[in-house]
Design a protein around this ligand. Structure first.
Ligand code: PHE
Length: 425
């Protein structure tokens, strides 16, 4: 459940609809689902297995398993990716907290879309306000890591995640009753194959890595905490199915509403922050539902930021060889993240670059490294063998898993990169 908490977050509810909207809706969806099948299963399993077998975080795991330092660059890449993601992720979480507060006091944000759109522009350009709201989740995340209350958070998300799902189903139901919602359904589900360009494929791959939290070591940490008898294959499937369901539901809510309200689906990162308040205006008990939804969204974001920050904290703590204890490491990382978040508030260019480069380049490169590491360089069985870390896995599944890791995953990532660079044109 904790790993599902890491996976389910703003990636599903904020990023998925806006990236899908910019990349042709149905054309994007089909490529995205293919990416989840192709990359999701082998790579989520790989990170869990690396963690479970080594018992270490992304800092120590590669060294522990390989017995040398040649794979240490992967730990560095994980740490760097974690910082780059946190820089913009906390800003978006800040937007969520801002909208939660507004839902509470019910700031009349206007009924028509252009009012809502300019309200978002105003809010996001208000620098002191945005910095303040980004500090709240940074502080909360650091506090969870400082007091080591991960367990409590896990228990909390166990009950709140199903609640988020139920609420989203309700919202989708309401949105589907709006006039014109069928155009949105068509946009989201109808595949126009001519719209599948190299960029769409690259964006879908990036979104898949980002949404499933793969390629930067977050899931390695969770693997390290897994009890001995835990079935890794089943856990991986559960995380992937839950994450994909939330993304699909988000699409089912946003796109019908976008068309019913006469908006442009390619609006960009502000898409859901303009559409969601408009949806709540259409619902009865709008105050109750909007407060509930934004609360759950903030919690979903925090369960993701905990896993993000943990990668950096473990790195700083362990790389200092005991000179910095955990609490000091939390402070150092949090201080650096505050600086990064401020830069991301001040510069939309930095925000966009971090958002794009982490998902489409850094995470795929990290995942490629891990696939090659486990597929080609580690023994399969025995004391260091990753496969023996999962007792539940059947022989045919083992074979498929290893083949995917050795050939399919690396080849697909490389081909998608080359294709995007125009090599095949
Ligand atoms: N998967 C998270 C989300 O969808 C984001 C995330 C990425 C979390 C990488 C941890 C590591 O919001």
């Amino acid at each position: 459940m904790a790993a599902a908490g890491s996976a389910v977050g703003l990636g599903n509810i904020w990023k998925f609809p806006y990236i899908a909207g910019e990349n042709g809706g149905g054309a994007f969806l089909i490529v995205y689902l293919l990416c989840v099948l192709l990359f999701g299963m082998p790579l989520v399993m790989t990170e869990f297995l690396i963690g479970k077998r080594s018992g270490k975080s992304a800092y120590g795991a590669f060294q522990e398993l390989s017995g040398n330092n040649r794979w240490q660059w992967l730990s560095w890449l994980c740490m760097l990716t974690s910082f780059c993601i946190m820089g913009f992720y906390f800003v978006v979480t800040g937007w969520c907290f801002n909208y939660l507060m507004e839902a509470f006091v019910h700031v009349p944000s206007g009924l028509n879309m252009s009012d809502l759109s300019s309200h978002f522009a105003e809010v996001s350009a208000d620098i002191p306000r945005m910095i303040t709201f980004s500090l709240i989740p940074i502080f909360l995340t650091a506090a969870v890591l400082w007091f080591d209350v991960n367990k409590g958070i896990e228990r909390m998300s166990k009950t709140l995640m199903p609640l988020l799902l139920v609420l989203m189903v309700l919202m989708a139901g309401r949105v589907l009753m709006l006039d014109g919602s069928n155009i949105g359904m068509r946009f989201f589900f109808q595949t126009d194959f001519s719209k599948i360009t190299p960029t769409v494929i690259m964006e879908a791959m990036g979104q898949c890595f980002f949404s499933l939290s793969i390629g930067m070591g977050a899931l390695i940490t969770y693997g390290a905490y897994m009890p001995k008898g835990q079935n890794v294959t089943r856990t991986s499937i559960e995380v992937i199915v839950l994450d994909t369901m939330v993304a699909l539901l988000a699409g089912l809510i946003i796109f019908p509403a976008v068309f019913a309200f006469g908006m442009d689906p390619a609006e960009g990162p502000q898409l859901v922050f303009v559409v969601l308040p408009a949806i709540f205006e259409q619902m009865s008990f709008s105050w109750f539902f909007s407060v509930l939804f934004f609360s759950l969204l903030c919690i979903a974001a925090i369960t993701s930021t905990i896993s993000l920050m943990e990668v950096a904290v473990a790195f700083v703590c362990e790389a200092s060889h005991g000179k910095l204890n955990r609490k000091k490491s939390v402070l150092i990382v949090a201080a650096l993240v505050v600086v990064l978040a401020v830069f991301n508030v001040l510069s939309i260019t930095m925000f966009n670059i971090s958002d794009e480069v982490t998902a489409c380049i850094m995470m795929p490169v990290g995942a490629l490294g891990m696939a090659v590491f486990v597929g080609w360089f580690l023994p399969r069985n025995g004391e260091k063998g990753v496969l023996d870390a999962d007792k539940g896995i059947k022989r045919w599944a083992q074979k498929t898993y290893i083949a995917a890791l050795r050939w399919l995953v690396p080849a697909a990532i490389l081909l998608i990169f080359l294709n995007r660079l125009g090599v095949f044109r």
